[in-house]
Structure formats: structure tokens, C-alpha cells
Design a protein around this ligand. Structure first.
Ligand code: HEC
Ligand code: HEC
Length: 342
């Protein structure tokens, strides 16, 4: 009968539709979880990561400005630090370079890369409790990681550094920008970091390059620039720096250290080992940043392992420095619905 035939056809069309839709959604999910599934990003990644200052700069003034930005971030002590020829040029306070932490000149994913960073700002930041520009963010590292002073926003140095960052991210897809953001994930610890275990790991995996006393190794004696940067002491990042938080340092270390052996995709240390060794390097004294009590005006937004108060909770300073961090994370989730990852 006609009615039966129509119903039969309808059923067929419907099942095809359901089947088609399922396949579609499965594909969408696959691409979500494994962006490499349909799109071949390997070429794009390697082009961006292998772009060099010597071969790929645009001609003319723009190229010169980018090159100057590169020298500032790669040879900071001489171009804007303690080794600069004139007093006025000395903005950074220690002899680190920006690239001591932002590895491979800011292109390495898993090391707070700058590829695409110009697209991530302005954005809200808890440390200032307002929308921050990229200039503010750079000055955050100037005053803390580099233990120095801010660069004026319209200075040639600031403009050059931003031009360099723009050039790094030129043409990068959203996938690349996302891939290069931040550090490797690390599991928030439910134990207290143990600096004795950290010391043993340090001696085995780190001291060869960073020195038994965390003092680093200079390229030569005349020149105060480091081949292997110091991890504590007077020439290191100050106590207000992100690297002074155990969870942030551990995430950096897990994906990048020991240098040449660990990558984001293939770390060498486990999460626990990275946390113990991060606690060990951060137990020593380092330069002190003034006015850290005014950081994070909304105290709820302070990262869990910020080792200086005041805090919006009752956990003591020892726990904020060494953990266990999980109870602190749980507290903020239960009280304020905040999911803190660091
Ligand atoms: C001692 C290590 C260290 C040094 C040196 C350092 N930084 Fe950073 N930088 C960090 C850390 C850690 C973060 C991420 C902090 C966080 O996750 O809270 C960061 C973040 C940034 C960001 C934001 C990245 C993003 O995706 O949001 C920029 C931009 C930046 N740094 C620029 C610089 C510049 C420019 C210099 C040199 C003037 C510099 N940094 C020196 C450790 C360092
Ligand atoms: C083979 C030498 C080598 C080893 C081993 C090594 N590092 Fe590094 N580390 C480096 C270099 C080189 C840099 C800076 C990268 C640059 O300047 O290009 C660095 C940078 C760092 C930084 C950020 C810069 C700073 O001075 O604060 C930290 C933190 C760090 N290393 C910790 C560790 C820890 C912890 C270990 C052991 C688990 C370790 N490293 C093992 C060579 C090494």
C-alpha cells in the first residue's frame, strides 16, 4: 500500500538523518579534543617556531624595530639592564633576560610563549583587579621577574618589544595561539611539598647548570651575562614574581627542565617531583618587591600558592607557600564557586 511505502520511506530518511547527525557530532567532538585530527597544524607550527630574526624580518624601519625588540628580550642585561652603557637605559634590576623564562625567544609552547599574546590582551587580571593591557603585563615581569622598573608605555623599548611580539604571532591561527598559551598543566598537590626531596632532585637534575647554590653560570668572567641563569639569591627574580609561586614554577619546570631533556609533550619530572624541586628553589632568599600587600585588591583572586599575604582565607603562610594546595583550592570552590588552577 501507498501509506506503508510512504512510512517506510520516511523511516529510511529519518534513520539516515540520525546516522548522519551522529557522524557529524562525533567528528565535531574529535576535532574538539584532538585538533590535529582533521587539520594538519604541523607545518604551521614549525613555520612559526622556526621563524628567525636573520631571515624573515620585513624590510625597512619595521624590521629594525622588531630586531631591537628581539635584542631587548634576548640580551636584556646589556640592552635594558645593569650592563647597559648609560644609567638611563637600566630598567631591569637583575641579569636575567626575558628569554631566561620565555624560552626559544618566546616561541616555545609550554613556556608562557608570546606567540599570539597580542591577541590575548587587553584582559582582566586579578593582580591589578582591572583590565590590563599588554604593556601592563610586560611591566609586571619588568618589576618582578626582572626585579626592575616599569618601561614607560610610549618608550621606544616598549614599542619595540610589542612589535616583536606582534611579529611572532603574525598569521597564527586560533589553534596556534591557544597551543602557545601558558604552561603545562600540573595537578594541584594534596601533600606538603618536601624541600629535602626537592634538594635531592635539584642536585641530580639541576645543579650541573644552575650551580650548587642556585647562582647560575656566567658566559665568562668579564661579562655578567648568564649561560645558565640563577634560580635564587640577589640576581634572581624577586618574591613578587610568578615564578616564586610553587605551582607556577612547578608547571614551568615540568614542561621545560632539565633544559634539553623535558618538553611539554614529554616531561622528565613527575608532577610531584616538579613541585618538590620548585619548593626547594623557592625556599631561599631573593630580592624583595615593595608593596606586595596591595597586589590582588580582590583577595579572592589571589593564586593559591602566592606566598605573601594578605589572603581571603584562614590557611597559614606555610601552607600557601608549600601546600597542601588542594584544600585551599577546594575552599575557594565551595565558598565562591571559583575554580583555581594555580
Ligand atoms: C623569572 C621568569 C620570567 C622572566 C625573566 C620574565 N617572565 Fe614574563 N612571565 C613569567 C611567568 C611565570 C608568566 C606567567 C605568569 C602567570 O601564569 O601568572 C609570565 C607572563 C608573561 C606575559 C603574559 C603571557 C600571556 O600569555 O599572558 C608576558 C607578555 C611576559 N611575561 C613578558 C615578559 C617580558 C617582556 C619579560 C622581560 C622584560 C619577561 N616576561 C620576563 C616569567 C618570567
Ligand atoms: C642543561 C642545563 C640545564 C639543566 C640541567 C637545568 N636547567 Fe634550568 N635553565 C637552563 C637554561 C639554559 C635556562 C634559560 C634558558 C635560556 O636562557 O635560553 C634555564 C631556565 C630555568 C628557569 C627560569 C629562569 C630562572 O633563572 O629563574 C628555572 C626556574 C629553571 N631553569 C629551573 C631548573 C630546574 C628546577 C632544573 C632541574 C629540574 C633545571 N632548571 C635544570 C638550563 C638548565
Amino acid at each position: 500500500m501507498n501509506v506503508e511505502k510512504t512510512i517506510g520511506k520516511l523511516a529510511l530518511v529519518l534513520s539516515l538523518l540520525v546516522f548522519g547527525l551522529s557522524v557529524f557530532f562525533i567528528l565535531v567532538e574529535l576535532v574538539n579534543f584532538y585538533p590535529d585530527f582533521l587539520i594538519d597544524n604541523k607545518n604551521e607550527t614549525s613555520f612559526i617556531e622556526n621563524k628567525t630574526i636573520d631571515e624573515h624580518l620585513p624590510a625597512g624601519r619595521k624590521g629594525q624595530e622588531i630586531k631591537y625588540g628581539y635584542l631587548l628580550i634576548n640580551q636584556s642585561p646589556g640592552y635594558m639592564g645593569p650592563q647597559a652603557s648609560s644609567e638611563q637605559l637600566r630598567y631591569t634590576g637583575n641579569n636575567l633576560s626575558c628569554t631566561s623564562c620565555h624560552l626559544d625567544n618566546g616561541t616555545r609552547s609550554g613556556a608562557a610563549s608570546w606567540v599570539g599574546v597580542t591577541k590575548r590582551y587587553p584582559k582582566f587580571r586579578g593582580r591589578e583587579n582591572r583590565v590590563s593591557t599588554l604593556e601592563d603585563r610586560i611591566n609586571g615581569c619588568m618589576e618582578r621577574s626582572m626585579d626592575g622598573k616599569s618601561l614607560p608605555k610610549d618608550s621606544p623599548q616598549m614599542e619595540a618589544i610589542i612589535s616583536y611580539m606582534e611579529w611572532l604571532g603574525e598569521g597564527a591561527s586560533d589553534y596556534i595561539v591557544q597551543k602557545h598559551s601558558g604552561f603545562t598543566d600540573i595537578e594541584i598537590s594534596s601533600y606538603r611539598a618536601d624541600t629535602l626531596i626537592g634538594k635531592a632532585i635539584y642536585e641530580q637534575e639541576c645543579a650541573l647548570c644552575h650551580g650548587n647554590n642556585g647562582e647560575g653560570i656566567k658566559i665568562d668572567n668579564k661579562n655578567k651575562v648568564y649561560q645558565y641563569p640563577p634560580l635564587w639569591g640577589h640576581d634572581s627574580y624577586n618574591n613578587g614574581a610568578g615564578m616564586h609561586r610553587v605551582l607556577t614554577a612547578a608547571a614551568f619546570i615540568k614542561g621545560n627542565m632539565p633544559f634539553g631533556q623535558a618538553t611539554t609533550e614529554k616531561p622528565k619530572l613527575s608532577d610531584e617531583e616538579a613541585i618538590h624541586v620548585a619548593a626547594y628553589i623557592n625556599k631561599y632568599s631573593r630580592p624583595i618587591k615593595n608593596n606586595t600587600q596591595i597586589d590582588f585588591p580582590d583577595r579572592k583572586l589571589k593564586p593559591i600558592s602566592t606566598p605573601y599575604g594578605p589572603w581571603e582565607d584562614e590557611f597559614d603562610s606555610l601552607q600557601h607557600k608549600y601546600g597542601p594546595f588542594k584544600p585551599i583550592a577546594d575552599y575557594y570552590y565551595q565558598q565562591y564557586g571559583l575554580k583555581k588552577k594555580k
